[in-house]
Design a protein around this ligand. Structure first.
Ligand code: HEM
Ligand code: HEM
Length: 180
């Protein structure tokens, strides 16, 4: 396999990445909407919509899939692109964003303290809401075909068929010597 091949992802690999990002994004957004605007009236007054925990169940599953995908990207895609100095800015941004999401995702599970958790939560979803747009930028910037503009060509003269000149043997009526 060539170096170029290992940076470039197969359509199926890309499909997994886009689909997993889409699920993470959609379920994260659903959680935010459900928490803020979809309160329901329950036995004990206003309660969070059941959609919020449901969204997090799917989100947590997608996060696991994402970690596997991240592992599949590190060795070929990331390492080789990095060594080849390709797309380091947008790719590095992807890595930084993903690292923040993974670390804050861990924090959401295990950090105690209301205030700390609330701050980590905001950090997590703020980065999460922005990262898909960054991914689009990363993909577009990395795969853009660079059109190398050619300098306008100098006008070509029509090819000239050489006429025998007066000094050439034919013009002087002298036969060319033949060698046997
Ligand atoms: C979690 C991190 C990353 C994700 C999810 C990601 C995802 C993607 C996707 C979906 C594509 C488009 C598919 C393709 O053309 O193969 C792509 C292209 C590309 N990425 Fe990344 N990427 C990440 C990190 C990086 C890093 C760190 C670098 C560089 C240091 C990088 C460099 C590139 C390059 C050079 C391309 C163009 C490949 C080509 O078409 O030949 N990526 N990336
Ligand atoms: C792609 C965009 C993403 C968005 C918009 C997003 C959004 C959210 C939101 C709104 C929450 C709920 C926050 C809270 O409970 O206070 C959450 C929880 C969480 N997220 Fe994300 N997230 C994204 C990506 C990721 C990624 C890449 C991972 C890890 C690989 C991850 C792991 C987690 C975990 C572990 C939780 C806690 C789940 C729970 O409480 O049951 N998220 N996310």
């Amino acid at each position: 396999m060539t170096r170029r091949d290992r940076v470039k992802l197969s359509p199926r690999h890309q499909g997994w990445i886009y689909a997993t990002f889409a699920v993470l994004f959609a379920t994260g957004l659903l959680w935010l909407v459900a928490k803020r605007w979809l309160a329901v009236n329950g036995e004990f007054g206003e309660m969070t919509s059941p959609l919020a925990p449901l969204a997090m169940q799917v989100h947590g599953a997608a996060a696991m899939v994402f970690l596997v995908l991240l592992g599949t990207l590190l060795q070929g895609h990331v390492r080789q692109a990095w060594n080849a100095r390709r797309s380091r800015v947008t790719g590095g941004g992807m890595l930084a964003g993903v690292a923040l999401l993974v670390a804050s995702g861990y924090g959401l599970y295990y950090l105690g303290g209301e205030e700390t958790r609330a701050a980590v939560s905001v950090l997590h979803w703020a980065v999460g809401l922005g990262l898909p747009a960054w991914l689009v930028w990363h993909v577009r910037a990395s795969t853009r075909v660079r059109v190398i503009r050619r300098a306008p060509r100098a006008r070509r003269e029509p090819a000239r068929v050489a006429e025998p000149t007066a000094t050439e043997p034919q013009a002087l009526g002298v036969e060319r010597p033949t060698f046997h």
